[in-house]
Write a protein that binds this ligand. Sequence first.
Ligand SMILES: Cc1cc2nc3c(=O)[nH]c(=O)nc-3n(C[C@H](O)[C@H](O)[C@H](O)COP(=O)(O)OP(=O)(O)OC[C@H]3O[C@@H](n4cnc5c(N)ncnc54)[C@H](O)[C@@H]3O)c2cc1C
Length: 436
Amino acid sequence: MKAYPYWWDTVPSIWTGQSEPGLRPGAPYLEPIGHRRFDVIIVGAGYTGLSAARQLARSGASVAVLDRGQVGSGASSRNAGQVLTGLKLDVGTLVSTYGEARARELFEISREAIASLERVVADEPIRCEFERTGHLQAAAKPSHLVAFRKEQALLARVFSHQVSIVEARDQSAELGARGYHGLLVDEHSAAINPAKYVHGLAGAATRAGAAILEHTAVSRMTQTSNGWTVATARGDLEARDVLVATNGYTDEAAPALQRRLIPIGSYIICTAPLPDSFAAQLLPRRRMAFDSRHFLHYFRLTADSRLLFGGRAEFSGPTLESARRATNILQRAMLATFPDLASTPIEYAWSGHVAFTRDQMPHAGRLDDAFFAGGYCGHGIAMATYLGGLIARRIAGERFEHPLFDDHFPPIPLYHGRPWFLPLVGLYYRFRDWID
Ligand SMILES: Cc1cc2nc3c(=O)[nH]c(=O)nc-3n(C[C@H](O)[C@H](O)[C@H](O)COP(=O)(O)OP(=O)(O)OC[C@H]3O[C@@H](n4cnc5c(N)ncnc54)[C@H](O)[C@@H]3O)c2cc1C
């Protein structure tokens, strides 16, 4: 079994150094540091940082994107590639928390985020298997199908967003799985190959003029009289502004953001390719799929018809031992859902960090004068692309309000970056799954 994301084997440049169009062949992103002062330094080469870099470089700013690893080595090449409508909070909770008008605005932002990703992919263009496959949510209990019907009505009434319900008896047209009691289907969601996308975005940012420096860890950012000094593994750099785009991988270099984002491990396994006829029985319309539990499982087919199956299997990690435990837990869950996969080998297993916020909403803005965007709570492919572009416009000097801009993002009480409370949260949600 390979202990790295399946997606990495679909992007030749990760292993061979073969470059994106517009980059120097042989060493795609290891730009030499020709000068040491930039208009903007961005820490983190995932969707947030690269989308911001593309936008800023297009507006004429000199931009450097620094990453301690490679392009996309955080969550942006490790995720499940499900580009979903909506936010982490379900629409009922959005309405009860924010009221109908604000909830409508927030939900619309999630749809606009997908549209903005689709535009970037088409304009560059980026070949990343983007396709509006739609998604399905599977009811883990009969009562959850009742909740889906209420959600369908609320989505239509408040959000003018149409979804359909599939009764359990008709489910096999959408899903060949055991243990579910009907489905909610949303045609607006999409599939993507996350690693191809993040590498395409890096190519786009570079073509626009941004420098990308891999293997350049930032250890400290200090404000000076004319901007910032950024201490890196390759020496100090200077900038007028900094953008912290480190999300679930935020470390001591950005202590203020670290106190506001909770990294939670998410784990994925991926089978060997399945014969097309077999794959067509599991997910006949190749939709993105997840279930209705708090401790949920998500799954999809890849372009070469592997089943990718993931979930928040562990709350203790990340260690080798917890990764092994998570792989076993996921394999058992996958076989309970798809028993016919019993003799199909698992070829890949990996994990990554999802960044949660206390209110389970994304945030962007300024903390101690450094710009930031993050906290996507597992819904970051489109939202990071969108908020990265938006915060870049603000850095470039545009003045505008946005519901997700928050310069007063409060720290989480009793939390300094080590999420000691996660095992307790895990127990709480297991209990909720049992009673809800
Ligand atoms: C297993 C998994 C499954 C997921 N599935 C989905 C999904 O299906 N759909 C969806 O919408 N979202 C999903 N997500 C979430 C999504 O991947 C993220 O929200 C998104 O990738 C965040 O992008 P980002 O650019 O903000 O952060 P990242 O891609 O995590 O990038 C942050 C970068 O910062 C760098 N960094 C951190 N500290 C420093 C430092 N001091 N110096 C230099 N560099 C530093 C890291 O190396 C990293 O590359 C999933 C996440 C995981 C982990």
